[in-house]
Design a protein around this ligand. Structure first.
Ligand SMILES: O=C[C@H](O)[C@H](O)[C@H](O)COP(=O)(O)O
Length: 262
């Protein structure tokens, strides 16, 4: 079974497998969105089914909510949970300070609300997501549909004052129509190449009328679990640096793989 996985999927899987070790019985858990987070939801589902782990999961997208229910996790709303013990989510990029770019899958708004309402946020990622400076991955910005072109023009104008290398932006599409988020908004992807001051960029973007949220997660993530294609995992803590490195076994979770729908 494991030989069917590409090295990148193996890396995502081992990161997810390691991260669920931080989830304890009775916890309220924020469930991220994306291909890496999907592994984590499946691994949690396995613990719920096979080991009787009792958790309440707060999903960050309709996709994740559906998957969580499929694998047997009790799903509750954030308002019902009120506060979360832990959130585990993927990322598009992370830097040495564990600041992130998220939103490649368009779920950044719910993801940021959920992560911010958690005692700790753990990011799971393959090693290729680590960057020296954020910005090679296009920065997603969620916009209300009303007047989005005006908002885009305002953003492009304002980028001139920010420490970024490039300033192109594109509306994310879903075929011939604009992509629509779970909250009914659009996503503008900012092709900045290098974001010199991520905190300032995040603040300036969020002050603009029409902008709902941006994909920069600054000072939110506590730990990153980095997975490698050969099964190695590294746990990096915001305060303590690398706190654990080991190898994980692919075979023990064959039932997680066999559940895979995509
Ligand atoms: O909106 C999507 C999320 O921020 C994802 O967590 C992020 O795009 C990473 O996704 P993946 O694990 O599929 O690379």
């Amino acid at each position: 079974m494991s030989t069917e996985l590409s090295p990148i999927d193996k890396a995502k899987f081992v990161a997810a497998k390691k991260a669920v070790e931080f989830v304890e019985d009775g916890m309220r858990v924020g469930l991220g969105t994306g291909s890496t987070a999907a592994w984590m939801v499946r691994c949690l589902g396995e613990l719920v089914r096979d080991e009787g782990l009792k958790i309440k999961g707060v999903p960050t997208s309709t996709r994740t909510a559906q998957l969580a229910r499929e694998v047997g996790i009790e799903v509750v709303s954030l308002d019902a949970a009120k506060w979360l013990d832990i959130t585990i989510d993927g990322a598009d990029e992370f830097d040495g300070d564990l600041n992130l770019i998220k939103g490649g899958g368009g779920a950044l708004l719910q993801e940021k609300i959920v992560a911010t309402a958690s005692d700790q946020m753990i990011v799971i990622a393959d090693a290729g997501k680590e960057v020296e400076t954020l910005g090679q991955f296009p920065l997603p910005v969620e916009l209300v549909p009303f007047g989005w072109q005006t908002t885009q023009a305002l953003i492009e104008e304002t980028l001139v004052s920010l420490d970024v290398l490039a300033r192109k932006s594109t509306l994310r599409m879903n075929g011939d129509t604009p992509f629509v988020t779970d909250e009914g908004n659009h996503i503008l992807d900012l092709h900045l190449k290098r974001i010199g001051n991520a905190q300032q960029t995040a603040m300036v973007l969020n002050q603009m009328p029409g902008v709902v949220e941006n994909g920069l997660f600054i000072d939110i993530c506590d730990r990153v679990v980095i997975g490698y294609g050969d099964g190695r995992v590294e746990v990096r803590d915001i305060n303590a640096g690398t706190i654990e490195e080991n190898m994980l076994d692919f075979v023990e979770s064959e039932n997680v793989f066999s559940d895979l729908a995509d």
